[in-house]
Ligand binder design. Structure first.
Ligand code: HEC
Length: 143
């Protein structure tokens, strides 16, 4: 096999790999540019910046999670089971004296923790203030 033939075959392979429709013997400037572009130049720095920005944007939550979702993820382990003496969601008797303090006090206790056993923010590291409030309301609505 001649060197020239090998080069031509490599050209065809490269052209078909990159999905371009140029024939290996196409001498148009576009075809030559396509055949001779350095490997790995598919993404420019500007492209990568765009990709990174898009990825960052798409990992941003679209909005607050629902109270139910936050409760399930961050509160149910204790408030679904009574672990550590937590008042169980839906247990009106257990909640009555707590509700009597008023929602503002309950919200403060969610944010700051209460009586050592109720951890601040339900120990939820990625819950926003708004999400914690929604989770509180979700529990209060169940009463
Ligand atoms: C590690 C277990 C645990 C987790 C997780 C937890 N709690 Fe609690 N929570 C408790 C316990 C225990 C109490 C009762 C504390 C007491 O009265 O001594 C409590 C009490 C409360 C109270 C009543 C406070 C008061 O003033 O009587 C609220 C409201 C509350 N939790 C909300 C939440 C919310 C909302 C979440 C999730 C974001 C959450 N908790 C996650 C254990 C937990």
């Amino acid at each position: 096999m001649s060197l020239l033939r090998n080069l031509l075959l490599a050209g065809v392979a490269a052209a078909s790999l990159s999905g371009m429709a140029y024939a290996a013997n196409d001498m148009s400037p576009e075809a030559i540019a396509e055949r001779t572009k350095p490997v790995g130049s598919v993404y420019t720095a500007a492209d990568l910046e765009g990709i990174v920005e898009t990825a960052a944007a798409s990992s941003e939550p679209a909005g607050p999670r629902s109270g139910e979702a936050v409760y399930t993820a961050a509160c149910a382990a204790c408030h679904g089971t009574g672990a550590a003496g937590a008042p169980i969601k839906g247990d009106a008797d257990a909640w009555a004296p707590r509700v009597a303090q008023g929602r503002d006090t309950l919200l403060t206790h969610v944010m700051e923790g209460f009586n050592v056993v109720m951890p601040a923010r339900g120990a939820c590291g990625n819950c926003s203030d708004e999400e914690l409030e929604l989770a509180l309301d979700y529990m209060l609505e169940a009463l």
